[in-house]
Write a protein that binds this ligand. Structure first.
Ligand code: ASP
Length: 318
């Protein structure tokens, strides 16, 4: 099985599925799912097409994980699109867990990954409009809502900058990070999480997504979890780690995801633009998501087919 955040990930899952179903390595599957999202200019919070930081640069973060002994990440890369692939190189070719900034780009180059332009024309235009509207990095948490003009809104239920998204899903102001977890036919687990972070962020800001335990945690002995939403909230509770620890002590994936999101809501003041979603997967393939609010869809692919499902639990009704 493979489960990935947001409805756009249906196509990411499909790209990864044939090799996974044929007995492939679940790490290949999650990196492939991220590759599809990273290349898609219509996904405005991952890779090419991601909205820039306050200075107009797109920076990307990712991590991958097989187990507590096998993980890797990169953050604040500016020249390499396939952040999950580079995170895997960190996991496989170094003794480190996280490489940051220009050094991460240089690491990618040294390992034969080609540099790519990360700023898509539409993302550049959106940033220019944001700047023209008085955009200010210091206030990016507040102003990012204003950056969505009515004409930018797609026909979906939320504020899509580019086109429609599935009924029942709001984009929560560009929380499109892909978090993906796969289990192979031999029972091995792997996860990956890839993002360009929150739009118009302060340059240098890194969220939960590339941090093991925050945006992603995989321990085949207990389960796996990944997160999307406001990174600062998710990090407040080590969201992914917390969900896996709940499963370790016997919680179902839904109970575990719900407990992690409820903890976030208990320890942080929640603002109207916030969203936080935790997806939890048990080693036997049971999967569930919990969210701060409705508006999220989980894309799941199993031998029985593809499905999109809303969170099994939300902690707020607004
Ligand atoms: N969690 C990501 C971050 O804070 C953003 C997202 O999920 O949209 O960087």
């Amino acid at each position: 099985m493979i489960a990935s955040t947001w409805s756009f990930a249906e196509r990411c899952n499909e790209a990864a599925w044939p090799a996974l179903a044929a007995g492939g390595d679940p790490m290949d599957a999650v990196v492939e799912a991220c590759r599809v999202a990273e290349e898609d200019p219509s996904i405005d919070s991952v890779g090419f097409g991601g909205l820039p930081d306050a200075d107009g640069a797109v920076t990307v973060d990712a991590c991958v994980m097989r187990s507590p002994a096998s993980c890797g990440g990169v953050c604040a890369m500016r020249r390499h699109l396939h952040a999950a692939r580079v995170a895997r190189l960190v996991m496989e070719r170094t003794s480190h867990h996280l490489i940051a900034g220009d050094a991460a780009d240089r690491f990618a180059e040294r390992h034969g990954v080609e540099a790519r332009e990360l700023v898509a024309p539409a993302a550049r235009e959106a940033w220019e409009r944001w700047r023209a509207g008085g955009g200010d990095g210091e206030a990016s948490r507040q102003v990012r809502d204003r950056a969505l003009r009515p004409e930018d809104r797609g026909p979906g239920s939320g504020g899509a900058l580019f086109g429609a998204h599935a009924a029942g899903e709001s984009r929560w102001r560009h929380h499109d990070t892909i978090g993906t977890i796969a289990i192979g036919s031999d029972g091995r687990m792997a996860g990956a999480c890839s993002t360009s972070g929150v739009p118009y962020k302060l340059p240098g800001r890194v969220g939960d997504s590339p941090i093991v335990g925050h945006g992603l945690y995989v321990d085949p002995a207990a389960g796996a979890a990944t997160a999307t939403g406001t990174g600062e909230l998710i990090s407040s509770a080590c969201g992914a780690f917390l969900a896996v620890e709940c499963m370790r002590r016997g919680a179902s994936p839904l109970e575990a995801a719900h407990e992690a999101v409820a903890r976030i809501a208990a320890v942080r003041a929640i603002e109207p633009h916030h969203q936080a979603v935790i997806v939890a997967v048990a080693p036997d393939g049971r999967v569930a998501a919990a969210a701060l609010r409705q508006g999220f869809l989980l894309a799941v692919r199993t031998p029985a087919g593809a499905r999109l499902e809303p969170p099994g639990a939300t902690v707020r009704d607004d």
